[in-house]
Design a protein around this ligand. Structure first.
Ligand code: SF4
Length: 228
């Protein structure tokens, strides 16, 4: 199986290059790479992953620890970021804004506007916490980690709930409530780092099969393929 080397920002931009003046608008990144989307509605679609550094939450089971490692953080200006995108995949139309937590990124609308002007199809994955939902997205995935206002849940194109082997009664009620009123609700088994969790997967599968078509299963295909 392919196991991609995974320090994709290194080599794209030289942080010591003083010939590039740093603008006031900086975007904190920890990863920039091309892969397939492994989750939800767009599973299998190749995308440029733009993973922001930092998140206001601290989920104990978070499977993206790079977003909080100071060693992975690189602050890029808008121009640097656009150059890096051109270097990595100039013709790939789909870009995923993820994290960490994209909502917490300052000046996010500036970046969205620049990417839309370049003709990109823009998706974003968010916990719904950290800032206001920006305009201009083509697809919004909300993966709630805490109770959210109904308007944020309803603004999403898909809801993605992360479930462990033994979901609490309150989580079950919350998911069933949204399954009855939102057209795109996914259950995604909680992973153990890079590895799928068999017990959580079995729980999610049974729940989906019993949902009379209201729920869908998202299994993080990239973890089965051993790619980022
Ligand atoms: S919201 Fe997501 S990125 Fe943030 S700590 Fe939780 S799982 Fe990790």
């Amino acid at each position: 199986m392919l196991k991609a080397p995974f320090h994709p920002l290194s080599g794209l931009i030289d942080p010591m290059d003083s010939s590039t003046p740093k603008a006031a608008t900086l975007f904190p990144l920890c990863d920039l790479f091309v892969s397939i989307q492994g989750e939800g509605r767009w599973s299998g679609r190749p995308m440029i992953f733009l993973r922001f550094w930092g998140c206001p939450l601290a989920c104990s089971w978070c499977d993206e620890p790079r977003h909080k490692d100071p060693q992975t953080r690189q602050d890029l200006s808008l121009d640097e970021l656009l150059i890096a995108l051109d270097q990595i995949a100039p013709s790939l139309p789909s870009v995923l804004l993820t994290g960490g937590e994209p909502l917490g990124v300052d000046h996010l609308p500036v970046l969205i506007d620049a990417l839309k002007k370049r003709g990109k199809w823009l998706a974003m994955e968010s916990s719904g916490i950290g800032g206001e939902i920006p305009e201009g997205l083509d697809w919004l995935t909300i993966s709630p980690k805490k109770a959210l206002p109904a308007e944020i849940m309803e603004a999403s194109d898909e809801l993605k709930f992360i479930v462990g082997p033994n979901p609490s009664a309150s989580q079950q009620q919350e998911i069933d409530r949204w399954a009855a009123r939102h057209p795109n609700v996914w259950l995604q088994p909680r992973a153990d780092g890079d590895q799928p969790n068999a017990a959580a997967t079995a729980t999610a599968l049974q729940w989906v099969l019993a949902s009379e078509g209201r729920l869908q299963l998202s299994v993080q295909q990239h973890k089965y393929l051993n790619i980022p």
